[in-house]
Design a protein around this ligand. Structure first.
Ligand code: LLP
Length: 418
């Protein structure tokens, strides 16, 4: 649970009571522990120290500026997937020479912005994209640094929706094509193709899938060596699991121990793109009980947070532990924790044992720092929640709760509608 803990039966984030924050900012809200972010970043840094990697935080997991600034201060680079992420990363203070950019569909304006910003490299996912970056770089009279995203065709052994490294997925370039590109890389006059990239999936709990992929990379690299083709970087992507149910996830040092010997053998400068591992456990989602409903078959705890705030349970059937913010000795009942959105799939937890919480009580949905707020929406015209960060005994709203003006911003009723 890291820096979220109970003190006199009250849930605290570092030195502040969660209930006190709720009184001041209202509900629902995401709550991040600054120290937990730092601890997790350092865990990876220390575990992989023997290969001294550049750690590019995958900001798609959590793009809040304060979260990013915290990690950038620790020396992190940023892994981006869009022009919007590039602009946010720069605003958060990222060094462009520590930014790598993956996406199967980069547009001309995004590529232009990345070239002008002088990012470290593009992780390129197809020949068509390679040609397009070459064309734009030529137009701008620049050289674009490129790593080829390899599709190693390995199963990451995770949820189907977050598997990316098999040939059934849209990501990366198959090994034979990648080799041909490297053999004829001189034909791309404005590209410097000097890196390899893999990212095989997310929430990977053991080292085995990483090892399978890296073994393929090692063979690939040796086949390049045999042809006298040198590359500089190996970006091993993200994917290390977070601990959703205590005890199921591998700690970073276990995975590092398995990977480091192979990484040393490959002998390239290592880049990593962890997202979830760093931020998931650093965040909780705090929501308030509105009603308890019993239809004779099931009991429902209806709360003011919903699938538009946290879509992971609805989308992936994912488990997040739910705790009462104030612990009591009262008897537990089994409830589905659901939100107000008009969908049966709108739930935060099913069949959970919780005390019969009265309206106004607070609950915390754990391990929601990654892909929580980042995937939230305005469905049902619900304002996105606030985001709050705690450091020791201080807290700060790091993103305002949305208001009605945000819901209608940019909408127009045209003159031809009477
Ligand atoms: N690098 C690339 C190229 C990626 O596509 C991703 C995640 C990462 C790094 C970071 O992966 P991580 O270390 O966070 O596993 N919304 C899903 C997860 C989607 C992951 C997409 N790509 C979820 O909530 O589980």
């Amino acid at each position: 649970m890291h820096h979220f803990h109970y003190k006199n039966q009250e849930l605290f984030c570092e030195g502040i009571s969660v209930a006190e924050i709720a009184r001041k900012v209202g509900t629902p809200f995401y709550l991040y522990s600054h120290q937990t972010l730092i601890d997790h970043f350092r865990k990876i840094k220390t575990a992989f120290a023997p290969v001294d990697p550049l750690i590019c935080f995958a900001m798609k997991a959590n793009g809040n500026l304060a979260v990013m600034r915290t990690l950038i201060r620790e020396g992190a680079g940023v892994d981006i997937v869009s022009g919007g992420e590039l602009r946010k990363a720069l605003k958060a203070g990222a060094d462009p020479q520590k930014i790598c950019y993956a996406s199967v569909g980069k547009t001309e304006s995004e590529i232009t912005l990345a070239l002008k910003s002088n990012i470290l490299f593009f992780n390129v996912e197809s020949i068509a994209e390679l040609c397009e970056i070459n064309r734009i770089a030529k137009k701008l009279n620049k050289k674009a640094r490129v790593a080829l995203r390899l599709n190693p065709d390995v199963n990451a052994v995770t949820h189907a929706a977050i598997t990316t490294g098999t040939l059934k997925n849209k990501f990366g370039i198959d090994l034979a094509t990648a080799k041909n590109i490297l053999l004829s890389r001189d034909r791309y006059s404005n590209l410097v193709i000097n890196g390899l990239h893999i990212h095989i999936g997310s929430q990977i709990t053991t080292s085995a899938p990483f090892l399978r992929a890296l073994k393929k990379v090692l063979i690939f690299k040796r086949s390049l060596d045999a042809k006298g083709i040198k590359v500089e970087y190996l970006d091993i992507g993200g994917g290390m699991a977070a601990d959703y149910v205590e005890g199921t996830a591998q700690p970073a040092d276990k995975i590092a121990k398995a990977l480091v010997p192979l990484l040393k053998k490959i002998g390239l400068k290592v880049i990593m793109e962890p997202g979830r591992f760093i931020v998931a456990n650093a965040g909780v989602f705090v929501t308030k009980v509105l009603y308890l409903k019993d239809n004779g078959v099931k009991k429902f705890l209806i709360v003011d947070g919903a699938m538009n705030d946290l879509i992971r349970p609805s989308l992936y059937d994912s488990f997040h532990e739910i705790l009462p913010v104030s612990r009591s000795a009262s008897k537990k009942i089994t409830v589905d924790v659901v939100g107000p959105v008009c969908e049966s799939g709108d739930y935060l937890g099913k069949d959970r044992k919780l005390p019969a919480l009265a309206p106004g009580s607070l609950i915390a949905v754990l391990t929601t720092g990654a892909y929580g707020y980042a995937m939230s929406s305005n469905y049902n015209a619900r304002c996105r929640s606030a985001e709050v960060m705690v450091s020791k005994n201080k807290f700060s709203v790091v993103k305002d709760r949305e208001a009605f003006v945000d819901l209608v911003r940019g909408e127009h009723i045209p003159g031809f509608i009477k």
